[in-house]
Design a binder for this molecule. Structure first.
Ligand code: NAD
Length: 314
């Protein structure tokens, strides 16, 4: 496999690059270090990879990169680059989301036309669903995102489908459900919760705490992504959810257990754009990709906590 991974310095992208290199693939990673969170965290994600044989890193925005050169000889594209995060996608910041999530995806897809690529795997999101779909969420439900971020992730998913149907680019879209574990972005819930506990500060809880999420450990999300590159049906869309659907209040209990520290909770109003619940029907991913999540929420939280305390100790 000769892979191009976009968003290679990010949380999931860097973990995916590591897995691909371990399996003997030749990997080019591209990332432009958007300022959504600090560059040193992304450099830390890349540190091991930069020394790995078979890994090449290109610092560039997709729109500015020489994609024909980068795609030369590439058999598999993993498109994870995006402006992530739901809450910042309102207002004037929306332009950042359309540029990085929609326009950059179209530019990359266009560059793939006519090239002998075996799969183009796109990192979509459970955010495409919104609050109107039945639980568990099935891929054929009508998506109605409740955040501008979700709209851009859905738009890029539709572009993937268009480029498959019109130009035979073998796209496979994976709707990741809340991914967590070592390297998780600092704006995401578990990262914020652990950071607050370690500083003995209150955890900010938006809403009543009864909202639910289907959490997916990063190693399981990466396994699904690797399998999608060989087994995903071109033009297909798959839910990737870890099967650990829990209420936020139960997450707090687990965090108390894992850290052994008391939690102080500060309650704020629910945020615009946050979905009430997510819960993946993974029937298709199980059948086609052999997806079988292996890490329980407690195990995954322990792994994330160990990672945080180990980097804090350095
Ligand atoms: P991340 O922010 O850690 O990684 C994304 C990376 O993409 C960043 O390093 C950023 O610098 C880079 N990037 C953004 N725009 C770029 C551009 N135009 N050119 C080059 N690089 C660019 O985010 P993550 O949590 O690792 O998410 C990875 C992907 O998975 C994203 O597409 C995200 O939408 C999707 N996703 C993530 C989750 C989750 O729970 N983390 C859930 C659903 C979907």
């Amino acid at each position: 496999m000769k892979a191009l991974v976009t968003g290679a310095a990010g949380f999931i992208g860097s973990t995916l690059c590591g897995r691909l290199i371990e399996s003997g693939a030749e990997v080019t990673g591209i990332d432009c270090f958007t300022d959504y969170y600090p560059r040193p965290l992304k450099e830390r994600n890349l540190a091991g990879l930069r020394k790995a044989r078979g890994f090449t890193f290109v610092e560039q925005a997709l729109a500015k990169a020489n994609l024909d050169d980068l795609l030369h000889g590439v058999t598999h594209v993993f498109h994870l680059a995006a402006q992530a995060g739901v809450r910042k996608s309102w207002g004037r910041d929306f332009g950042v989301y359309t540029v990085n999530n929609v326009e950059a995806s179209q530019i990359l897809l266009e560059a793939c036309v006519g090239k002998p690529i075996e799969r183009f795997v796109y990192a979509s999101s459970s955010s495409v669903y919104g609050d109107e779909v039945a639980m568990p969420m099935r891929e054929d439900a009508r998506p109605q995102p409740v955040s501008p971020y979700g709209v851009t992730k859905l738009a890029a998913e539709q572009l993937c489908y268009l480029y498959h149907v019109n130009h035979s680019v073998p796209t496979v879209s994976l709707r990741y459900f809340t991914v967590y574990g070592p390297r998780q972005r600092p704006d995401m819930g578990f990262s914020r919760f652990f950071a607050a506990v370690l500083r003995d500060e209150p955890i900010t809880m938006f809403g009543d705490g009864r909202q639910t999420r289907d959490f997916t450990f990063v190693a399981d999300a990466v396994s699904a992504t690797v399998h999608a590159a060989t087994r995903g049906k071109p033009g297909g869309v798959y839910n990737i959810g870890g099967g650990s659907r829990v209420e936020l209040l139960d997450v707090f209990e687990l965090i108390r257990l894992v850290t052994g520290r008391p939690l102080k909770i500060e309650r704020l109003d629910a945020q615009r754009g946050d979905m009430r619940d997510t819960y993946a029907d993974t029937t298709h991913a199980r059948a086609d990709l052999g997806f079988a999540p292996t890490v329980t929420l407690e195990q995954g939280l322990r792994a994330q906590y160990e990672w945080i305390t180990s980097i804090d100790a350095k």
